[in-house]
Design a protein around this ligand. Sequence first.
Ligand SMILES: Cc1cc2nc3c(=O)[nH]c(=O)nc-3n(C[C@H](O)[C@H](O)[C@H](O)COP(=O)(O)OP(=O)(O)OC[C@H]3O[C@@H](n4cnc5c(N)ncnc54)[C@H](O)[C@@H]3O)c2cc1C
Length: 307
Amino acid sequence: MPSAALHDVVVIGAGAAGVSAAIECADIQLDVLVLEGAATVGGQIDQIPHSVRNVAVAPDGNDSLVDALTRHASILGDRLQLGRTVTRLDLDAGIVEAGTYRCQARSVLVATGSRRRELDNAPEGSYGGDVTYLVEPHLARFAGRPMAVIGGGDSAALDALALATEGSMVTLVHRSPHLTARGDVVERVRSEDRITELAGWTLDMMIGSDQLQGVEVSDRTTGDHRRLDVGGVVLKLGREQRVDLVRDQLNLGRRGGIEVDAALRTSHPRAFAAGDVVEGAYERIATAIGQGSLAAHSILAFLEARP
Ligand SMILES: Cc1cc2nc3c(=O)[nH]c(=O)nc-3n(C[C@H](O)[C@H](O)[C@H](O)COP(=O)(O)OP(=O)(O)OC[C@H]3O[C@@H](n4cnc5c(N)ncnc54)[C@H](O)[C@@H]3O)c2cc1C
């Protein structure tokens, strides 16, 4: 087998964090390679249903943000490889594999981001389309139907409000004793007559096959069960960091993200992490871009100390 090419740094993931890091690495003359599983750069930005307003350099909305990242990333040329999902990473040996493709890395930046948490038995669009994880594109379909929204954060509360505005009676089911959404959103929920809150309750099962007939929920403290006759369910179960490649090689935090120090160094000297995959990340585009840049700086310091 021919020896695998050796790179100063291999970046895994071309979301906001990975692209920002790679551009900075290229700028400081590091031999950088970016491996991205998807066919496009930008990661989660593509999935944001609303117009992003909190990124100062992209006042024209999400498409302009992805366009800007794509245009910027094009300076990487063939050092950015799309459609290459990294399938194995051996940090001790510095080996990175994407299917049959293999290369060597003096350092690695893990910028694999996060994915939404899903139920195995209830993927998007199941039960004849009555189950969704993203209500915005389906508001017209669900308008006026009795609905259940599962989750207690900002996203769940805002979805419940959007459905109520469309005339649905909504039951908002969440495991914690209190909603964890922003104070102003909680206030709006509490003053909306069409929303009933079940705090401390959990989803047990969906009822139906070709279409949803209802859901069964239970009180986590008393064990009481209740059937909700709803015509749709919105699942807002949060997100989980994509750490499959490094689960057994790096220290992870309580929330499942990669533990890093202030310079974004991980528990393995060769590995750095940036963006949503970091434990306790403030999940924002600007944060991911900033961390990507900082990671490049830290990687340079690491490589210079080990000629
Ligand atoms: C619905 C929604 C709304 C949001 N709204 C806002 C908002 O208004 N403002 C804001 O600032 N932020 C918002 N965010 C958060 C923001 O999008 C993220 O914080 C940011 O995009 C994270 O960037 P990242 O590079 O860390 O990760 P990601 O964008 O998740 O990118 C990670 C990349 O790694 C790739 N990858 C993963 N595993 C592998 C592998 N094994 N091999 C190769 N590639 C891999 C993925 O394909 C992906 O492209 C929102 C997020 C969501 C989901």
